[in-house]
Design a protein around this ligand. Structure first.
Ligand SMILES: [Zn+2]
Length: 77
């Protein structure tokens, strides 16, 4: 028995994480104020990905951070 009133199977998925948007604000010495930052992937290290924070206005480098990946690489999900 086929139901002619099947609900649409393709439900819009809600993105759970915004990877390239950061709410972080850092002080920029060139703008002389707290600014929104852009993260840029700098290096892929064994212990995680190193990102660089850059001022969204002038592009000044404001620091780096290491986004640690899973402590157990290769683990089954
Ligand atoms: Zn700046």
């Amino acid at each position: 028995m086929a139901n002619p009133f099947q609900p649409p199977s393709g439900r819009p998925k809600r993105p759970s994480q915004y990877k390239d948007f950061s709410a972080t604000e850092l002080y920029c010495p060139r703008c002389k104020r707290a600014v929104p930052v852009r993260t840029r992937l700098l290096l892929v290290l064994p212990q995680g990905d190193q990102y660089e924070y850059r001022c969204a206005f002038c592009g000044e480098s404001l620091g780096t951070k290491i986004d640690k990946t899973s402590p157990f690489p290769g683990v089954l999900k």
